[in-house]
Design a protein around this ligand. Structure first.
Ligand SMILES: Nc1ncnc2c1ncn2[C@@H]1O[C@H](COP(=O)(O)OP(=O)(O)O)[C@@H](O)[C@H]1O
Ligand SMILES: [Mg+2]
Length: 308
């Protein structure tokens, strides 16, 4: 028996009654921006997120405790009554007691960190040197955690606010592991001509031990740049969810109320860019990833409600 436990912005999670220690996570083709789920999906997205995340869990194997994700094949899906639409997007992970913190690491100046730098010459309240530009490499990667809100926007936390919230020991652990994983990932990405400008991790307790959970280093949770598009005095070419944010801001929508209907061109660009990130990282063709390589979206169980 499958029981739906959670419908997040992108993933639906289920528990199989025969093994409550694990979670069945289905990455749908939903996409969100400013914490609002769009009406349209992005073809292949859930399968790419699954492929990219599994690539990183594999690359990190043996280096830290994780939720140990396992991809479902057709036989596994059949056994719990799920059909082919779930192929390539469904994993089983160890169920964790999540720490409600978004562990953001930034190696380059972009997004809200760029805005903060322009106003205060700091990033996550940490003073930076002058003269940095949009896309500049920071002298060292910085940990800029935020809250993880069930609804609405996450709020930035200074390191002292984080310590006050979760205690000094867990705060240190979150920072240390986040910076460690980011450093490992940057080495792997550099070999493929990619830079991860920033990313977000989530951790949880499994058997009393802190473990890396959720999606890891996907184009939803990270900014990916191609090295050759950097340092040209302008913003690097966007390959990740930033494509959607940029398009949305051109339409004038700022996150309030019903989002605009996504243009077919922006949907296609997102789909192709996400696939390209997987292929660049893995050196494999995404057409070989399990499941249907077609344009049909699987949108899962979430129903969107918009404030007007
Ligand atoms: N190993 C795990 N055990 C329990 N919950 C998890 C685990 N890994 C991730 N989660 C949670 O599952 C949800 C994933 O779905 P997602 O669509 O990303 O949700 P959100 O809208 O909260 O980002 C998140 O709420 C995340 O905190
Ligand atoms: Mg998430």
């Amino acid at each position: 028996m499958l029981e739906l436990k959670n419908t997040g912005k992108v993933r639906d999670s289920y528990v199989v009654s025969s093994d409550p220690s694990r979670l069945v996570v289905v990455a749908t083709d939903r996409i969100s921006a400013y914490d609002v789920v769009m009406t349209e999906g992005v073809p292949r997205k859930g399968r790419v997120l699954t492929a990219v995340s599994l690539f990183w869990f594999d690359a990190l194997k043996g280096k830290l405790a994780t939720q140990t994700p396992v991809l479902f094949d057709k036989v596994d899906l059949d056994a719990i009554g799920l059909h082919d639409e779930f192929l390539g997007r469904t994993t089983s992970v160890r169920r964790a007691e999540m720490v409600p913190i978004e562990c953001v690491v930034r190696g380059y100046l972009a997004g809200s960190a760029w805005k903060e730098y322009l106003r205060y010459q700091s990033v996550g309240d940490i003073a930076m040197r002058s003269g940095l530009m949009l896309g500049s490499k920071l002298d060292r990667p910085v940990f800029t955690p935020t809250t993880k809100e069930a609804e609405g926007h996450d709020l930035p936390l200074s390191l002292s606010q984080l310590r006050a919230r979760v205690g000094t020991s867990l705060a240190c652990e979150l920072e240390e592991i986040s910076l460690f994983v980011y450093g490992e990932a940057m080495r792997v990405a550099a070999d493929k001509g990619l830079v991860i400008a920033d990313t977000k991790f989530e951790f949880g307790y499994i058997d009393g031990k802190l473990a890396l959970c959720d999606e890891v280093l996907t184009p939803d949770s990270s900014r990916y740049w191609r090295v050759e598009s950097m340092g040209l005095g302008r913003e690097p070419v966007q390959l990740d969810k930033q494509i959607l944010r940029d398009w949305l801001s051109e339409t004038g929508w700022n996150g309030a109320g019903r989002p605009p209907t996504l243009d077919a061109k922006v949907i296609e660009k997102l789909s192709l860019s996400y696939v390209a990130i997987y292929e660049t990282l893995s050196g494999l063709s995404f057409t070989d990833w399990p499941g249907n390589y077609d344009l049909r979206c699987y949108l899962g169980e979430r129903t969107n409600k918009y404030e007007s």
